[in-house]
Design a protein around this ligand. Structure first.
Ligand code: ASP
Length: 280
């Protein structure tokens, strides 16, 4: 059993040390807590659990604490993928739900697996997801001041369970200040992808992640026999010609855990029941 989570990118220059320590603590706690959960649950259930905890923590740009778009509204995106069944489901630009990843989970067994905009929000309401504002005062103040939000980050999780099954989930509040209707990578196969061999969750500039088809390429390369390390190296090399800004976390079926980022600095934590590794 293995778990790795990420909390997106953050800028060392515009984030204070207090926030960095708070993020380290939060990621460490959530990785360890989610590993306990993994002992009694599937990889799929665990990635939803871990990402829900990350969405509930306002330190991260997903669920509570999400960034605000150019028209003053928050729209969130999230997806899950089960490596074994190859089923992926997601919501794009959903509004006023506390845990977008849980709405994505509800779509996994539906014929229509990825819903966007008003359709995603009304689907959530029909299932009983209550109206919940994920806005926090700090994001509103940044929006009013037309300042790029600091210290936030998309979240994701990859888990390998005791039966050797892999799952991945990713959730985001987006880039901040985007044009309403913009589609994030997080609920696409570029940002969130898995097979029975490997699972990958990405963060960074969604447009770059989509151009680089990052998660789908890494997983496909592992399916074709690449090691995780080589699959990451080749995929990140291909981002260089257009200075693609991306980071990714992964686990393969042998339990190898890997992460790489094109720019400093992606925040992450992994746990295998004995060793906790947290970004420094
Ligand atoms: N990838 C996300 C997006 O572009 C943002 C992020 O990862 O910080 O929507």
């Amino acid at each position: 059993m293995k778990i790795i989570i990420h909390g997106g990118f953050f800028s060392e220059s515009s984030t204070n040390n207090e926030t960095k320590v708070a993020k380290q603590q939060a990621l460490k706690h959530i990785a360890m807590q989610s590993f306990q959960f993994l002992k009694h649950h599937s990889a799929l259930e665990t990635v939803v659990h871990a990402v829900s905890l990350l969405e509930d923590d306002e330190l991260f740009n997903a669920g509570i604490g999400s960034q605000i778009q150019s028209d003053g509204k928050i729209r969130m995106s999230a997806a899950i993928m089960d490596g074994d069944s190859k089923k992926m489901s997601g919501v794009i630009n959903v509004e006023n739900v506390k845990n977008p990843v849980q709405v994505a989970q509800m779509l996994l067994d539906s014929d229509d697996k990825v819903l966007g905009g008003e359709g995603a929000t009304s689907f959530a309401r029909k299932l009983g997801f209550e109206e919940f504002s994920t806005e926090i005062p700090q994001r509103r103040a940044e929006y009013e001041a037309k300042k790029a939000p600091t210290g936030t980050g998309t979240v994701g999780c990859v888990a390998l369970d005791q039966h050797g099954k892999i799952a991945v989930a990713t959730s985001t509040g987006g880039k901040g200040f985007e044009i309403p209707g913009r589609i994030s990578d997080s609920a696409t196969v570029a940002g969130n992808y898995a097979s029975e061999n490997c699972g990958v969750s990405c963060t960074g500039v969604g447009e770059d992640i989509v151009s680089g088809a990052v998660a789908a390429k890494i997983v496909t390369r592992v399916n074709d026999g690449f090691s995780l390390k080589d699959a990451f190296a080749k995929t990140f090399e291909e981002l260089k010609p257009f200075n693609g800004f991306a980071g990714a976390i992964a686990i393969d079926k042998q339990g190898n855990v890997f992460h790489q980022h094109s720019h400093p600095k992606m925040v992450f934590a992994s746990f295998d029941g004995e060793n906790i590794v947290v970004f420094d």
